[in-house]
Design a protein around this ligand. Structure first.
Ligand code: FE2
Ligand code: FE2
Length: 138
C-alpha cells in the first residue's frame, strides 16, 4: 500500500488538486514511518507531520469554503462540518501523549487520512466538481 494521487482523483480545479496532492504526500510520509522497522525514535518527525497536517487542513479547508461561499454552493454547511471534524481530530491527536505509542498513532493517522481521501475527497469534494465546472472554475 502506498498513498498516491492519481489523475482520476482530480476535481478539475488545479489549485485544489495541488492541495489534495499535499495530503497524499503527508499520508505517504506517515506510512513510511509506519513501515520502518528501525527501532529508532520518530517522535519529532511524527509531531512535525501532525503540525503539517493541521496547517494543511486549515489552509485547504479555508480555500474550499471560501470558494463554495463565493458561489453560494448549497452544501457548504454540511461540507464545513466534515472539515471541522477533521481539524478537531488532528487537534485531539496533537494533545495525546504518544511517545510510547508512536507506531500505533502513526498507523491510526494513516488510516484516518486514507479514510478521509475515500469518503471526503472522493465523496464530498467530488460533489462540487460539476457545480464548479458549470461556473467555469478550473
Ligand atoms: Fe478537499
Ligand atoms: Fe472538502
Amino acid at each position: 500500500m502506498a498513498i498516491r494521487w492519481k489523475e482520476s482523483y482530480s476535481c478539475n480545479i488545479e489549485a485544489i488538486d495541488n492541495q489534495h496532492k499535499k495530503l497524499f504526500e503527508i499520508g505517504d510520509e506517515l506510512y513510511t514511518i509506519v513501515t520502518l522497522d528501525d527501532g529508532l525514535d520518530h517522535y519529532d518527525e511524527i509531531n512535525s507531520i501532525l503540525q503539517k497536517l493541521k496547517d494543511y487542513a486549515i489552509h485547504h479547508f479555508n480555500y474550499e469554503e471560501e470558494l463554495m461561499g463565493k458561489y453560494n454552493y448549497s452544501e457548504l454547511d454540511e461540507h464545513r462540518k466534515q472539515h471541522d471534524r477533521f481539524v478537531n481530530k488532528v487537534i485531539e491527536l496533537e494533545h495525546k501523549d504518544f511517545d510510547e505509542d508512536q507506531k500505533a498513532i502513526s498507523l491510526k493517522m494513516v488510516m484516518f487520512i486514507a479514510d478521509w481521501i475515500e469518503k471526503h475527497i472522493l465523496g464530498t469534494d467530488f460533489k462540487y466538481k460539476e457545480f464548479f465546472d458549470k461556473k467555469g472554475i478550473n
